[in-house]
Ligand binder design. Structure first.
Ligand code: NAD
Length: 327
């Protein structure tokens, strides 16, 4: 039995997902769906599956095992809701939803995201998020070191990122540090790419800083996370820029260093691993393979909290600010 995959949104990022599914031996494309008929037909010709322009018609005809929603963030809610309302296992690109732009998440977007997650829960549909940076080799090594206690208890985290990776870095910080309890922030620059600098307080009691910017040219080292624990400090540089670990009891000795000329190398493989893990889950019931819709919602809450905190000048709790700040 093959794993039947339907792709919705035949644009740029869909190609990365399609590459990953193409590597899974028993994955089979049954549908390529886009509101622009030429795009659906072109992808169907190139990758297989039947072209569709209507999501509901496609779902009813093909009954896919995985619905892969690769539309833009403004167009994410409708196809995701159409899929989860009908109980389909769904993978959504990031961020979960944003009406304006992925760099301008507002509390009203959180409400839409919450509806997507709650609908999936009510209909018993599994909703996953394409937080593929979790599948970077060094991100996985850092996560394992944290979970095994090699770095001790978190003291602080210090992160910076290009806006292109903004949602990913919030997701990574939640993954590495736990839930964010409160945010204080300031912003500057044009609305669709506002530089934002924030202070974070985590539920574990540790503190952190996060800067997001769309100013620097080029793509070198798009993100950097310094995770300092009671036993050691680790520095993650982008996807393939390496992981440096400084055990506190050995001075400045570096125990891992894998500098790479191209810190963005390995980007495609993060999708390949993510999609393979999702297929394992669907085929064999393997553990929840990747970030869930709830992770997508929690990321949106932190994202919107930056905006509310910058507007109000107050510390903002990501879970509560929607009720208190409105949209
Ligand atoms: N995970 C990552 O690392 C990563 C990297 C880049 C982009 N992205 C995300 O991927 C998303 C898509 O970006 P893109 O550059 O591929 O966009 P794109 O514009 O190239 O493709 C989106 C496609 O969706 C189609 N579409 C819109 N509404 C539809 C609907 N209701 N039904 C079917 N098709 C519909 C559009 O016609 C378009 O062809 C963005 O939200 C972006 O944030 C993620």
């Amino acid at each position: 039995m093959s794993i039947k995959v339907a792709v919705i949104g035949c644009g740029g990022i869909a190609r990365r997902h399609i590459h990953g599914f193409g590597l899974v031996e028993d994955a089979e494309f049954v549908a390529m769906c886009d509101i622009i008929p030429e795009k659906a037909s072109a992808y169907a010709d190139e990758y297989g599956g039947k072209p569709y322009t209507d999501v509901v018609e496609m779902l009813e005809a093909e009954a896919p095992d995985i619905v892969d929603v690769c539309t833009r963030e403004q167009d994410r809610d409708v196809p995701v809701l159409q899929a989860v309302e009908r109980g389909f296992t769904t993978l959504a690109e990031k961020p979960l939803y944003s009406a304006q732009h992925q760099f301008s998440v507002r509390p009203s977007d959180v409400e839409v995201g919450r509806r997507m997650v709650e609908t999936a829960e009510q209909r018993g549909a599994e909703l996953f998020m394409a937080y593929n940076y979790r599948f970077g080799e060094y991100a996985q090594r850092l996560k394992a070191m944290i979970d095994e206690g090699e770095l001790g208890e978190l003291e602080y985290v210090h992160a910076s990122t290009r806006l292109a990776c903004w949602a990913h870095v919030i997701d990574l910080l939640r993954w590495f540090c736990g839930e964010v309890e409160a945010v204080a922030a300031a912003m500057s620059g044009p609305d669709d790419r506002r530089t934002r600098a924030g202070s974070l307080r985590f539920e574990c009691g540790a503190v952190g800083t996060l800067l997001g910017e769309g100013v620097r040219p080029g793509q070198h080292d798009m993100l950097r996370i310094e995770w300092c624990g009671s036993k050691g400090t680790a520095v993650l540089r982008d996807i393939a820029g390496g992981l440096e670990v400084y055990p506190h009891d050995r001075g400045q000795e570096t125990i891992i260093r894998q500098a790479h000329d191209n810190p963005r190398a390995g980007f495609d493989e993060t999708f390949d691993r993510e999609v393979a893990a999702l297929c394992d889950h669907v085929r064999d019931g393997a553990d929840i393979p990747t970030a869930t819709g709830l992770d997508g919602l929690r990321e949106l809450e932190v994202d919107a909290a930056f905006y509310v905190a910058a507007e109000s000048g107050e510390w903002v709790s990501p879970r509560e600010h929607v009720e208190t700040a409105g949209s």
